[in-house]
Design a protein around this ligand. Structure first.
Ligand code: SF4
Ligand code: SF4
Length: 309
């Protein structure tokens, strides 16, 4: 891999080849937690990006059909702070599969009951629940006091309703600890009653609050045209996706804070190529489909529990 500092003229662009996935920044930057690594610095007080009104979501769901969108993603902030979140998910499930990225701390059983019924139709509903450690001691310093137990309560509610949440954890540990961390996650989840956990490990995005917690990208952590010669563009989310925020349409969920990520107010405007000039693009180049639902590891079921969830 070439780590030389690229010049401006070497910056490659990526085309939006199709629009497979449409994302919604449904609660803007408002979250009930204030994680110290949050790449868009969400918190209870950050209103830099606002909630999307139900009517805006409905407009884009309708519009998406003519673009052939095949799946929908809801992120924030914490999506379940949105007063219309269950209605939005139910309406989405009438036209395609949906995934919601949540911290799991505010889930209500009545919502999950409704959503379970809605997910028994043609299209599936996935939950991705963020948890950055397998214990309060490893998670709470990053995600806040009591967040581990609150998130685990949410995870076990989802399991009780028959969902199989994807647990997403940002790699806030050292590389040499990785296999021990994975084992500890799986063991903890099984002990709590989630017998066949799905685990997705995410690279650190050196953006937003993470810059204060550790540091930002180095100058040489950029994608060059030479690097893209051997790359598969389809592994980059921006080649087949866009995200709607209250400001318009942005290139991807990772870069909404960057002024050049706002591509326009219509999908026609937003469908233009995008220059991969950000450090986060280098993370995408290195790690591939970091925004997909694909788990990082295939976890074998324990022999004694193969019929359990
Ligand atoms: S990382 Fe997720 S849960 Fe934490 S503050 Fe950001 S949006 Fe909220
Ligand atoms: S951060 Fe990733 S998804 Fe976003 S524009 Fe860069 S390469 Fe594309």
């Amino acid at each position: 891999m070439n780590h030389e500092n690229p010049t401006r003229t070497e910056t490659p662009s990526i085309e939006m080849r199709d629009l497979d996935a449409l994302w919604f920044q449904i609660t803007g930057t408002r979250c009930n937690l204030t994680c110290s690594h949050c790449f868009i610095s969400c918190s209870p007080h950050n209103d830099q990006f606002g909630f999307l009104p139900l009517s805006t979501v409905q407009h884009w769901l309708q519009e998406s059909r003519k673009w052939g969108v095949r799946e929908y993603y809801y992120t924030g902030g914490e999506p379940f702070l949105h007063p219309d979140m269950t209605r939005i998910l139910k309406e989405t499930l009438e036209i395609g599969p949906a995934t919601v990225l949540t911290n799991g701390t505010v889930l209500k059983e009545s919502w999950l009951h409704d959503l379970k019924l809605a997910s028994l139709g043609t299209y599936s509903l996935e939950f991705r629940v963020s948890l950055d450690g397998f214990s309060p001691e490893t998670n709470d310093p990053i995600r806040g006091p009591r967040s581990f137990e609150r998130t685990m309560t949410g995870i076990m509610k989802l399991v009780a309703f028959g969902f199989l949440p994807i647990i997403t954890a940002a790699r806030v540990w050292d590389d040499e600890e990785e296999s021990n961390v994975i084992d500890a996650f799986v063991e903890m989840l099984r002990q709590r009653g989630y017998q066949r956990p799905r685990l997705k490990l995410l690279p650190k995005l050196k953006l937003g609050a993470e810059v204060q917690r550790t540091h930002g990208y180095r100058e040489d952590e950029l994608v060059t045209a030479a690097m893209m010669k051997d790359a598969d563009p389809s592994t980059f989310l921006c080649s087949h996706s866009r995200i709607v925020t209250d400001r318009g349409i942005h290139v991807c969920p990772l870069l909404i804070d960057e002024p050049d990520s706002l591509m326009g107010q219509t999908m026609e405007e937003a469908a233009k190529p995008f220059e991969l000039k950000h450090g986060a693009c280098w993370t995408c180049y290195q790690h591939g489909a970091i925004c997909s639902n694909a788990p990082s590891y295939k976890i074998q079921p324990p022999v004694s529990s193969q019929s359990q969830v």
